[in-house]
Design a protein around this ligand. Structure first.
Ligand SMILES: [Zn+2]
Length: 475
């Protein structure tokens, strides 16, 4: 039986993915899960990326309505994009474009290569974006994706020093969010024990840490700060607990020096980090290595280049930046049968270094890790800054609480102002604390702000991801 173009391109894509995988089920060395890939030369990595790209574009054209229409609209054919050098011909895809596709083609959109027949045959799990700014964008993955995801995440977790013998306690609501699901399945592939920590409050989680002594906890940085305080309130010291590794994702931690310091001090242990997004799964994206947090060096994370292509673009026209310049992350995902994406704008600010890392890995590093997404940029009186910049300043003042809030408002005169609301136990010294925070913000962000000093426990506690910005400006 002759295969249709749709099936033939899928078969070629899957054969190409299979031909480049190594050590799928178990690590091959003490330091690297897949040594030949993790330490491949830059030429070898480029050759793998080119081989995958050449199979990817025909596959997308034949199996995704969104991609076919985009190729046709741009006057391009899959043959026009076969190598890394061809990538700039393809303008980056942003979330809005995907969302419009999801609105026009409910409920799944056509930006993935998952079909109804495939979902029935080997569908695994459905994930989605939060949908907080429109309709949720849905991503359905197959069991084959799950296997590739487990492998990629196992390589990343291995790089983070996570090994058999430990017990991991992942905390989150699970739900349709990719991060902890990907971690959970990877840990199973690695043969590492897990205590599932969904669906319970901080008190119950603190009790589990006390009683069952996990060695690794996985949660957002905001939640790790909150949980540590809950443990203290219950009379136990998180710094003296069984936890020897704090594994965070979902919000920047490594990129904000003062947040990282607070977390490491509170828990008395090392911090490791995943970075990624729903759209470029299945895979975490970025991950730390033994050299990521060396003293006197900026923090960094690796991005796995045999399964993804990472670029940086400017934040105005989204064109590639010159080497060594800061820009927004763009990901081409080469590790999925259901949702490979071509130049998706993930949109985090960072800088790349493609020189070899001291850990031996050759894959690109995001220097300074990732400090926040372009979507979250605050523009006030023409000055642009990220909430993470304010976070760094607030945490630099001794004694400030872990929660804080950024309120943007318009004065009667029409002037827009930013007020940062912080908590501090020394209520008699409000003026001193307020000017210390304002000074920190001024020196880091070159902007004058108002500061309100509140009594401890005034602001709402963060249970998962922090939502710190309240915009009440006149529009
Ligand atoms: Zn490294």
């Amino acid at each position: 039986m002759t295969l249709s173009r749709r099936d033939r391109t899928r078969e070629q894509w899957l054969e190409t993915l299979a031909s480049h995988r190594r050590n799928f089920d178990a690590p091959a060395s003490e330091d690297f899960w897949s040594p030949s890939l993790d330490t491949a030369s830059r030429d070898e990595l480029a050759s793998i990326q080119n081989s995958k790209l050449a199979a990817l574009t025909p596959f997308l054209y034949e199996n995704s309505g969104f991609y076919r229409r985009r190729f046709d609209r741009l006057g391009l054919t899959p043959d026009d994009i076969r190598t890394l050098d061809d990538l700039p011909k393809w303008p980056v895809i942003n979330k809005t474009e995907m969302m419009e596709d999801a609105i026009q083609h409910p409920p799944y959109g056509t930006y993935t290569t998952m079909s109804e027949a495939l979902w029935k045959e080997r569908g695994w799990m459905q994930f989605s974006s939060s949908g907080s700014t429109g309709v949720p964008r849905v991503f359905r993955y197959s069991h084959l994706d799950r296997e590739y995801w487990e492998w990629a995440n196992a390589r990343a977790l291995y790089s983070m020093g996570i090994r058999r013998g430990g017990t991991v306690f992942p905390m989150g609501g699970f739900g349709p969010h990719v991060w902890l699901w990907g971690v959970l399945y990877a840990l199973a592939r690695m043969g590492i024990a897990v205590i599932p920590g969904g669906g319970m409050d901080a008190g119950a989680r603190a009790m589990i840490i006390e009683r069952f002594k996990p060695s690794i906890i996985a949660c957002t940085p905001s939640y790790a700060l909150y949980l540590g305080q809950v443990m203290k309130d219950m009379g136990s010291d998180p710094g003296k607990s069984s936890v020897n590794t704090l594994f965070t994702a979902g919000e920047p931690a490594l990129a904000i020096e003062k947040t990282r310091e607070r977390l490491e001090d509170l828990w008395g242990c090392r911090l490791v980090e995943f970075y990624g997004c729903t759209e470029a799964s299945p895979h975490c994206g970025g991950y730390t290595c033994p050299d990521s947090t060396l003293p006197d060096k900026p923090a960094s994370i690796h991005l796995m280049e045999d399964i993804q292509i990472w670029e940086l673009v400017d934040d105005r026209e989204f064109l590639p930046v010159t080497a060594g310049t800061s820009g927004l992350t763009v990901c081409t995902s080469l590790n999925s049968e259901s949702s490979p994406q071509l130049r998706f704008l993930v949109g985090d600010y960072t800088q790349f270094d493609r020189s070899a890392c001291g850990c031996g890995r050759t894959h690109v590093r995001a220097i300074g890790a990732c400090s926040g997404r372009a979507d979250d940029v605050i523009n006030i009186r023409g000055i642009k800054l990220l909430p993470s910049h304010i976070e760094q300043a607030v945490r630099a003042v001794a004694g400030t609480g872990d929660e804080f809030e950024i309120v943007l408002s318009t004065q009667a005169s029409g002037l827009d102002v930013m007020t940062v609301r912080v908590e501090h136990p020394e209520q008699a010294n409000c003026e001193k604390i307020s000017s210390a925070v304002a000074q920190e913000v001024r020196s880091q962000c070159e902007i004058r702000i108002e500061v309100e000093v509140l009594a401890p426990d005034t602001l709402a506690k963060t249970e998962f991801k922090a939502n710190r910005v309240r915009d009440e400006r006149n529009r």
